[in-house]
Structures are given as C-alpha cells and as structure tokens.
Design a protein around this ligand. Structure first.
Ligand SMILES: NC(=O)c1ccc[n+]([C@@H]2O[C@H](COP(=O)([O-])OP(=O)(O)OC[C@H]3O[C@@H](n4cnc5c(N)ncnc54)[C@H](O)[C@@H]3O)[C@@H](O)[C@H]2O)c1
Length: 204
C-alpha cells in the first residue's frame, strides 16, 4: 500500500482502540494525528504501539512488518493533547470512553476545529450515531466506524450511517478502510437500540 492511498487521519483517544487504529493507519502508510488529553495515556500509547501485544515489534515477530520499518511507522504518528491538532485531517475517528455526554462534547468541539469537509466518525460500541451527528452543524459528514478489537488485526469494519449521512462521506471512509486492508460493511444507525449489527447479534 502506498502512503498516497491513505489520507491524514485524526484519532481522538489514545487508549486501547485509538492506539490500535493509529497503528493500522500508520502501517498502511498514512499520517496520523492522535489526540489524548491525558499525558499518561499518550506515554502508554507510545509504548504500546511498539512493545504492546499487538504492537509493531509483535508484527515483526509474526512476519507482518520488516524490522527496519518499526521506527518509520512510529514516526508517522504524532501524539497531541489538543483537539485542534486534527485540523488538517480529512477523516477523524473518535475513540474516547463509551460515555455519551463525553462523546457529545467531543463532537461539538470537533465540529468547531476540524476542516470544513472532514468526516467525523465515532468508534462507539453502540450509541446512536444520530445523537452525535445532531451535536454538530455537519450531520451529513458524521457516521460510525465501529472497529473490531484488536484494531491492528481484525478486518471487520462496521460503517454506520444515519438518514443524513452524505454518500460521499461513506465513500471516503469505505475507501480508507479498504486501503487499510479492512472489510467495510455499511449498516443503518439504530436510533432506538444499543449497538449496530455486530454487537446486537453478539449480545442476542
Ligand atoms: N475495547 C474494545 O474492545 C472496543 C471495541 C470496539 C469499540 N470500542 C469503543 O471504542 C471507544 C474507546 O474504547 P477504548 O477501549 O479504547 O477506551 P480506553 O479507555 O482504553 O481509551 C480511551 C482514551 O480516551 C482518552 N480521553 C478521554 N477523554 C478524552 C477527550 N476529551 N479527548 C481526548 N481523549 C480523551 C482517555 O485518556 C483514554 O486514553 C469506546 O467508545 C468503546 O466502546 C471498544
């Protein structure tokens, strides 16, 4: 995969999922701006990226990455403390804890600081995407991108669309997901239920 096939991606939250998502994008050649308000989380994420169970050294051991590429891939990710750092990203993936009020606050702020046409995606496990879209002035550019864990490895990508999501936004993230070697499946938001398709099947 060439770097040109992948756009600059913003990732909000450098926890388990955000770090894995950042790694998946960087391994594919993309530039990542990963924002976490916690300095300790950013430090842990830097370590996990390289030394973690699904990190870059483990990928080398599994024969998925050349040892010489570890530093190059790690250098594609910048770790930031302010949401405004994602201003240059075409796609921003939110992966803060599963707390609706927190996610609404993050989407309000992202709407203010992200580029005008940027797609804002949530990795929520099950909150209605429409609730986050409604927190912004760009509901047509908001969708869900529910990653499977570990994000570095699992290929299933659940792309969750509301009645307002612009097909062009869906095309942008579907193209990006394919570029990362993922298998995107587009599903409809379920405003009155928790979970999209995968988690509702899982918990049924
Ligand atoms: N863990 C999984 O298996 C899994 C799978 C799919 C989806 N998800 C979803 O992904 C999301 C993240 O889950 P996780 O397991 O990575 O959580 P986590 O607790 O490991 O990481 C969340 C990170 O967000 C940071 N954060 C909190 N507030 C922030 C803010 N305002 N701005 C920037 N960063 C902030 C925290 O410091 C933390 O580092 C949740 O919505 C979760 O439901 C998790």
């Amino acid at each position: 995969m060439s770097a040109a096939a992948v756009e600059t991606v913003g990732v909000i939250g450098a926890g388990v999922m955000g770090t894995g998502i950042a790694q998946a994008v960087a391994v594919a050649g993309g530039a990542v701006v990963c924002v976490d308000t916690s300095a300790a989380a950013r430090e842990r994420a830097r370590r996990q990226l390289v030394e973690g169970r699904f990190g870059l050294r483990a990928a080398v051991e599994r024969g998925k990455l050349a040892a010489a590429d570890v530093d190059r891939v790690a250098a594609r990710i910048s770790w930031e403390s302010e949401l405004s750092a994602v201003a240059g990203a075409a796609v921003v993936i939110e992966a803060v804890p599963e707390d609706l009020a927190l996610k609404v606050r993050v989407f309000r702020e992202l709407d203010r600081v992200a580029a005008a046409g940027a797609v804002l995606a949530t990795n929520s496990s099950g909150f209605p995407v429409g609730a986050l879209a409604a927190a912004t002035d760009r509901p047509t550019r908001v969708l869900g991108w529910h990653w499977s864990s570990p994000a570095q490895i699992m290929r299933f990508a659940e792309i969750v669309v509301t009645e307002h999501t612009d097909p062009d936004a869906v095309a942008t993230v579907t193209r990006l997901a394919h570029g990362l070697g993922k298998n995107p499946v587009v599903v409809r938001d379920a405003p009155m239920a928790w979970g999209y398709v995968a988690n509702r099947v899982y918990w049924a």
